[in-house]
Design a protein around this ligand. Structure first.
Ligand code: LLP
Length: 435
């Protein structure tokens, strides 16, 4: 591992201790492996705190209107993690009833919750309306009519945003691009749906349209598409004689997973977005809306590390070394889904043999069960610990029980070796599959 990897890819509290073991927030990962067994995941409190602080400072520096940060909880959420995030005084984006329940149980005020999704159930909308959450982010006309009907039946006014799709392409994996003309998400501008929805919503007595939202995609490094989207959203709103009080230009800010990836740059992102909003508001002579920035990956990805134990190793016919670990696509399906790149390094940093190109695979019955296609690793033995950084976003939240694999234990690390279990290792023999 290079110093630059340590500074960019691992949690900010990561160090190597006197035993040459990898340590996070004062906890030696090999000690944690003994206590909690592998595979396990850790989240570093300080990294999350620092990332939120960077966005907040950038907002204070570049945006002169009101603003807030929303954590996109689909990146990772458990009930205890929600309580940790609540102490950071951010809003929370949820996308399912369980995420909403976790948020409320963790003490999030309903006024800090936004409910996204393209097919919310009647029950989800009913609870969101009952709870008076800050915004139900309505995705399509069916949902707009349903939300209006539910609010009417409860004699309430539902606060909503409309998800606008600006019909532009972004540079990322097609599965995580959400703003193209063919996207399943949102009211498209290009076919008039967005204008119709604004007109309908502002004329409904059961709906209060407080703002507009868009989300273009994930793992993006260029804010320009967002600037174009924001321009389009203001033009659309003003053409409909509507002035948004709130604007939520999504999330999607990229993070480096491997050495060659560019750095995250939330400052550049917030600056670019703020300048465009300010320019449009000046042009149209309207007040700056409240800006809501919904980041998931940037806030949590680097705070997470996955730790595995090495099992069997072999050489494939093309000479490639294949190392199997005791997890895989069940806890991290991102390589299988998006050919996502990762790096890895041993927890014991005293291994100094020559490095060879290796493929790190999981233990599950599928050839696509690959964690890393190519990584340089020293010679390692059965039982050695291997860790994969930048593991905090969209791994555990997309984990599965394939081959009846239990989801791993998840630990929250605070300075001076403080450890808390966020999520116990799953025990599939104590649930309804077993009974
Ligand atoms: N807002 C909305 C409406 C979203 O749908 C998302 C992510 C976000 C914000 C946060 O995006 P972020 O800042 O985390 O990129 N499973 C994929 C990523 C899917 C993202 C879904 N939406 C992956 O593993 O790369």
């Amino acid at each position: 591992m290079t110093d630059s990897d340590l500074k960019r890819l691992y949690p900010i509290s990561a160090t190597i201790n006197s035993k040459n073991h990898f340590t996070i927030a004062g906890s030696d990962l090999s000690d944690l492996a003994e206590s909690y067994r592998t595979p396990f995941y850790i989240y570093d409190r300080d990294t999350i705190h620092e990332n939120i602080h960077r966005i907040r400072s950038a907002m204070a520096d570049f945006y002169s209107g009101p603003g807030t940060i929303a954590y996109a909880s689909k990146a990772y959420l458990s009930r205890k993690f929600a309580s940790k995030i609540a102490t950071e005084e951010v809003d929370l984006d949820v996308v399912s009833l369980t995420e909403l329940r976790f948020a409320l149980a963790a003490g999030f005020s309903p006024d800090r919750i936004h409910f996204h999704g393209n097919n919310k159930s009647i029950e989800e909308i009913e609870i969101a309306v009952d709870q008076n959450i800050h915004a139900i982010v309505v995705d399509n006309m069916d949902e707009l009519l349903l939300t209006e009907r539910i609010a009417n039946s409860k004699k309430k006014v539902a606060q909503i945003w409309l998800r606008i799709t600006p019909d532009i392409r972004v540079a990322t994996h097609p599965h995580i691009e959400t703003s193209a003309a063919t996207s399943k998400f949102g009211f498209h501008i290009i076919n008039g749906d967005a204008a119709n929805a604004i007109e309908y919503a502002v004329n409904s007595s059961a709906l209060c349209l407080t703002g507009l939202h868009c989300h273009l995609g994930s793992q993006l490094f260029d804010p320009l598409p967002y600037q174009i989207a924001i321009e389009k959203m203001f033009d659309l709103a003003i053409n409909c004689n509507y002035t948004p009080l709130e604007l939520s230009p999504g999330g999607g800010w990229g993070v480096p997973y491997v050495e060659d990836d560019p750095d995250s740059n939330p400052e550049q992102w917030v600056k670019a977005i703020s300048e465009t909003i300010t320019k449009k508001c000046n042009r149209y002579q309207i007040r700056l809306p409240k800006l809501i920035l919904e980041s998931g990956r940037f806030i949590v990805a680097r705070s997470g590390v996955a730790i595995y134990q090495i099992g069997t190793q072999k050489k494939s016919v093309n000479g490639e070394k294949i190392i199997a670990v005791d997890g895989g696509m069940s806890d991290n399906p991102r390589n299988a889904l998006y050919q996502a790149k990762y790096t890895a390094t041993p927890v014991d940093q005293s291994v100094h043999s020559r490095k060879n190109p290796c493929k790190v695979v999981g233990k599950y019955c599928e050839s696509g069960d690959v964690l890393i296609d190519n990584v340089m690793l020293p010679d390692l033995n059965y039982g050695d610990l291997l860790m994969i950084p930048v593991a905090g976003a969209y791994q555990l939240s997309m984990a599965s029980n394939y081959n009846l694999a239990p989801r791993p234990v998840v630990l929250w690390l605070e300075p001076e070796g403080k450890v808390e279990v966020l999520q116990e290792r799953e025990n599939l023999e104590q649930n309804s599959w077993w009974d």
